[in-house]
Design a protein around this ligand. Sequence first.
Ligand code: NAD
Length: 256
Amino acid sequence: FLAGKTAVITGSNSGIGLGVAERLAAAGADVVLNSFTDRDEDHALAEKLAAAHGVTARYIMADMSKGDACRALVEQAGRCDILVNNAGIQHVAAIPDFPAEKWDAIIAINLSSAFHTTAAALPMMRDAGWGRVINIASAHGLTASPYKSAYVAAKHGIVGLTKVTGLETAREPITANAICPGYVLTPLVEAQIPDTMAKYGMGRDEVIEKVLLERQPSKEFATTGQLGDTAVFLCSDAAAQITGTTISVDGGWTAL
Ligand code: NAD
């Protein structure tokens, strides 16, 4: 049902972004993949999606830490009916030890990028007469954890930006929502496992159950496919009156 629509997904050469791109392509959307690298394997991901789903798929390099590059990504896409702001990084440290440059990078990539891409995409959505802004926030957009100051601040910020985007487009056939995943086993989470093992003196399985999934009552990771299907749902007519809000896909985390 998304044939003829173009989806731009930031940070989509891996993890959740790639999962969302796959499900949108499976629903018929043309997709623009993105990250800050420009490797053959990045372009190959787009070719693979195009071949698998019979859609047009492109990979466009753009560094989401830079406002101009965020806007240029959307301009280069040429059309943006569905904008998925997904690019994100993490850094874990207590506030006094948190490197200022990490704070700046997380706020730029996880929050400000969505402001810039949304600013560039809304006029295109208005011209097309339809649009969907889908921000990949986090359970950390609704709750906090120690040692993740920049990430929690950025994710709460993107939930706020989502509400404003929903209000500014409320009278139009455009919606803006944030998906708030709990833990999903992606490279971003995988990278946190060795440090966490060392910190708690635990093995991998114990870290997964007792630390990572401590606050996820289902004791299961959400999958990138489930997040992709949530994005597809937000593009459907059933979701036309869902705007300016959050959808948690967190195994009960935020119910605690
Ligand atoms: P990931 O590391 O697999 O993917 C992050 C993506 O962002 C990658 O494609 C990476 O290349 C891209 N990226 C990083 N810096 C970039 C930059 N400067 N410019 C362009 N692209 C850049 O991680 P993921 O887990 O798939 O995370 C995707 C999003 O989901 C993030 O916003 C993350 O905060 C959010 N999230 C993840 C989880 C989880 O458990 N994995 C939970 C909640 C929210």
